[in-house]
Design a binder for this molecule. Structure first.
Ligand code: FMN
Length: 423
């Protein structure tokens, strides 16, 4: 498959503005402003069946259609580049190679939504990606592709880049909105959803970097073409899969949405490192239930992964080899989530440290058989948290219970971690 999002990439460096333009960049924006109404652009995105790449897979065109068009006052678009989920680094890879598709995608989305001012909320530490974006925004402004009366049309729009204060919760869309307003980054109650009442009370769309970077090609080539790129009939487009762990080639790959897990591991990843055997992976970032070798035939698209008991999430695949203790791996993740809980709601604030303590006990060989039931109950209870952080955090715990209960039991009966002395 010819790459789509990585089409403009140059080896070892960021593509330039001139190279992006000579490769067809900004033709979609030009076409839209000359030939298409804002609702036409929204309809193209709707027909493309593009689903959000930030984790939840919500249909992008549908989200845009919730924005009321008759309210007075400004509407807002926020590009979510917080990307603090362990194992996920696709947006950074995309922006370090090419910031222009995102700038063009944001401008097109702003045109469709009637937004005059868009924000990119970017993770602190993504310095070179932020630098590329600042340069791309300045170049686009200089070429009348951003700012007042874009390409001589009546459409005006600008983009601000906001660097996050640096907490995982800032990626949750309503906490992000609070952060952007200068408030403490606690999530807000939904409804009202941001599309109706978001930033400074105005209708607001929050979309992921990868989602928005797809928009220029959808507008340029049409929804049928976009849908044809996927490997499974109900999916559309490509997906950035960023892989880490003991595979030969751990990198970020652009592949048809619906490529199977086995095809990813044995294909571009080149299989496992010598002497290492595949045991499990987090298929879609740190907040998704584990897959095992049995899942190699599962197409990595939103519906197939959900049907197989996990989530496609961000497409961040973290691989574990046979000698990794899955209790310890899960404990490591829960330590992150317990630390990153914003403390706003009791199930998350109290529940995650409690789950961490159970896993610490098990790992130290001090667990009891009742701990398994306690963990199971908490997978259920933490679904009642205020936002999706705690239910997501329990994803790996859920996977641990479903696929590695024997390992938990070994810790309890052996009174020690059975993996202690292995590499
Ligand atoms: C704790 C938490 C962290 C999140 N972090 C991110 C993130 O870093 N980037 C992102 O795009 N979405 C993140 N999300 C999902 C966003 O809330 C939102 O669904 C997403 O930005 C919507 O974009 P999309 O529709 O294009 O996928 C996070 C959600 C939660 C609950």
């Amino acid at each position: 498959m010819a790459p789509l999002l990585f089409r403009h990439n140059r080896p070892g460096r960021c593509v330039t503005f001139d190279e992006y333009r000579s490769g067809g960049g900004f033709t979609a924006l030009t076409r839209a402003l000359q030939e298409l109404s804002p609702l036409d652009v929204q309809q193209l995105v709707m027909d493309s069946k593009l689903r959000g790449r930030g984790g939840a897979g919500f249909p992008t065109g549908l989200k845009w259609s919730f924005v009321p068009r008759n309210l007075p006052g400004p509407r807002w678009l926020i590009c979510n580049c917080d990307e603090m989920e362990p194992g996920t680094y696709k947006d950074r890879v995309l922006l370090e190679a090419n910031p222009y598709s995102l700038v063009e995608g944001i401008t097109l989305a702003s045109y469709a939504l009637g937004v005059r001012h868009a924000f990119i909320f970017i993770r602190r530490g993504y310095e070179s990606a932020a630098e590329n974006l600042r340069r791309a925004v300045a170049e686009a402004r200089g070429a009348a592709l951003l700012g007042e009366n874009i390409l001589g049309s009546s459409f005006s729009c600008d983009i601000d880049i906001h660097v996050s204060a640096g907490r995982y919760i800032c990626g949750e869309e309503t906490a992000l909105i609070n952060a952007l307003e200068g408030k403490r980054a606690n999530p807000r109650a939904k409804p009202p959803f941001p599309a109706v009442k978001g930033l400074w009370g105005g209708p607001t769309v929050v979309n992921n970097v990868e989602t928005l970077a797809n928009i220029p090609d959808i507008v340029a080539n049409g929804p049928d073409w976009f849908r044809s790129l996927a490997a499974t009939p109900d999916s559309s487009g490509t997906k950035l899969f960023c892989v880490s762990g003991p595979v030969r080639n751990s990198s970020c790959f652009e592949l048809p949405l619906g490529t199977t897990l086995g095809e990813i591991i044995d294909g571009p990843c080149g299989g496992m490192l010598a002497g290492r055997e595949f045991k499990a992976c987090l298929p879609g970032g740190a907040s998704t239930p584990y897959f095992t070798k049995e899942h190699f035939s599962v197409p990595m698209d939103f519906d197939s992964v959900a049907k197989a008991g996990s989530r496609l999430g961000t497409g961040g695949i973290v691989v574990f080899h046979r000698d990794i203790c899955m209790v310890r791996a899960t404990l490591n993740l829960i330590r992150f989530y317990a630390r990153e809980s914003c403390g706003w709601c009791t199930p998350c604030r109290e529940g995650l440290p409690f789950v961490r303590e159970i896993l610490e006990r098990l790992e130290a060989g001090k667990g009891e058989t009742g701990d398994i039931e306690l963990l199971r109950e908490h997978v259920k209870y933490l679904n009642y948290a205020f936002c999706a952080l705690a239910p997501g955090a329990m994803g790996p715990v859920d996977g641990l219970l479903r696929h590695f209960e024997d390992e938990i039991l070994e810790h309890i009966t052996g009174r020690r971690c059975p993996f202690e002395r292995r590499g």
